[in-house]
Design a protein around this ligand. Structure first.
Ligand SMILES: [Zn+2]
Length: 138
């Protein structure tokens, strides 16, 4: 698995953990930021891209992440791993600074209705299919 990054994006020291993907210049909402060479479904597939419970990237197809909002130079680019991972074994302890931090990020988080609404239109297509097929919550 390899990823192509937007020209204004570089792998650098992260404020989240180890390495991360950072904006070297302002990136406008809707810009294609990361293009993977194969569909993403595991943590390893994300490479240097860190998880956040309040991410600035979301899916536009199975291999493309776009900016969900304007990103300032120096900001870290992150994705919510649960938008692509539905492995029931997947558990990530998160300490991201967001007030939305779920602390335990799991492969079942796609079932959380608040998240379904927040990331509407920006789920990985395989996960979106599950959401569409899941019976509506009571
Ligand atoms: Zn978090």
């Amino acid at each position: 698995m390899s990823a192509t990054l937007h020209e204004h994006v570089a792998v650098d020291i992260s404020s989240v953990a180890g390495q991360g993907v950072l904006a070297a210049a302002r990136i406008a909402a809707g810009t294609v930021v990361v293009t993977f060479d194969a569909p993403v479904s595991t943590v390893t597939d994300f490479g240097s891209l860190n998880h956040s419970c309040d991410p600035d990237l979301g899916w536009d197809g199975a291999t493309t992440l776009v900016a969900l909002r304007d990103v300032a130079a120096g900001e870290e680019l992150t994705a919510d791993y649960s938008t692509a991972i539905t492995d029931r074994e997947f558990v990530l302890r998160c300490h991201c600074p967001s007030s939305r931090c779920r602390q335990m990020v799991t492969g079942d988080d796609w079932q959380i209705r608040q998240l379904q609404q927040r990331y509407a239109g920006h789920w990985h297509p395989d996960v979106q299919r599950r959401i569409d097929e899941a019976p509506p919550a009571a």
